[in-house]
Design a protein around this ligand. Structure first.
Ligand code: G3D
Ligand code: MG
Length: 195
């Protein structure tokens, strides 16, 4: 067996769903984490992007960026099976669509397949004037109530610069591995430092 093949076998895969309204910054976030270049070209996601992130020490995160456009939302349930963790991206500066974002969030949380799985809410676009803080989003989204039956965390971030992204993934990763220790064999995955 070649080295690649044996490494593959040892790798534990966590499935992370990346959700949020269109324009929230999901693709930017995904490519910012995946590639460290500063100019990330994004286009509206048609269907979904799948990426495997950081395979340090035998652990991989498989992130599904399911298109957030309205017509794609109907397809969400098809991607929800076997999800280990949820990353929900909010455009913190888009006050006009905060309620719509919250509704999509609630819809996702209610889904049978996502019951009890850890969630990290990304309070994205913190660089923009008037962006709601992580605390404000916690309140607006009634997170304490809605997430009383699961582990959750709100992370202020800026997908454009990468600020807060590795912190968020570290939190999500530790919540996921607490939840399903059997998928995890005790090695510690490190994620790049915040830039
Ligand atoms: P989506 O995949 O959730 O639909 P995108 O969202 O990643 O395509 O991002 C939508 C727009 O928001 C893009 O703008 C992107 O550059 C911008 N964006 C993403 N994250 C941030 C952020 O943290 N701060 C700011 N200011 N903008 C962000 P463009 O104009 O490139 O289409
Ligand atoms: Mg996209």
């Amino acid at each position: 067996m070649g080295l690649m093949a044996s490494t593959e076998l040892k790798t534990k895969h966590f499935r992370i769903l990346l959700l949020g309204l269109d324009e929230a910054g999901k693709s930017t976030l995904l490519y910012r984490v995946k590639f460290s270049d500063t100019d990330v070209l994004t286009a509206p996601t048609i269907g979904f992007n799948v990426e495997m992130l950081q395979r340090d020490k035998g652990v991989a995160l498989i992130v599904w960026d399911v298109g957030g456009q309205h017509k794609m939302r109907q397809l969400w349930p098809f991607y929800f099976q076997d999800t280990d963790g949820l990353l929900f991206v909010v455009d913190s500066a888009d006050k006009g669509r905060m309620e719509a974002s919250k509704r999509e969030f609630e819809r996702a949380l209610k889904h049978e397949c996502l019951k009890g799985i850890p969630v990290v809410v990304m309070a994205n676009k913190q660089d923009l004037q008037g962006a709601l803080s992580a605390d404000e989003i916690t309140k607006r989204f009634h997170l304490k109530r809605w997430c009383s039956n699961r582990d959750w965390h709100v992370q202020p971030c800026c997908a454009r610069t990468g600020q807060g992204l590795s912190a968020a993934l570290n939190v999500l990763f530790s919540l996921v591995k607490n939840k399903i220790p059997s998928k995890y064999e005790g090695s510690h995955a490190s994620i790049r430092e915040d830039r």
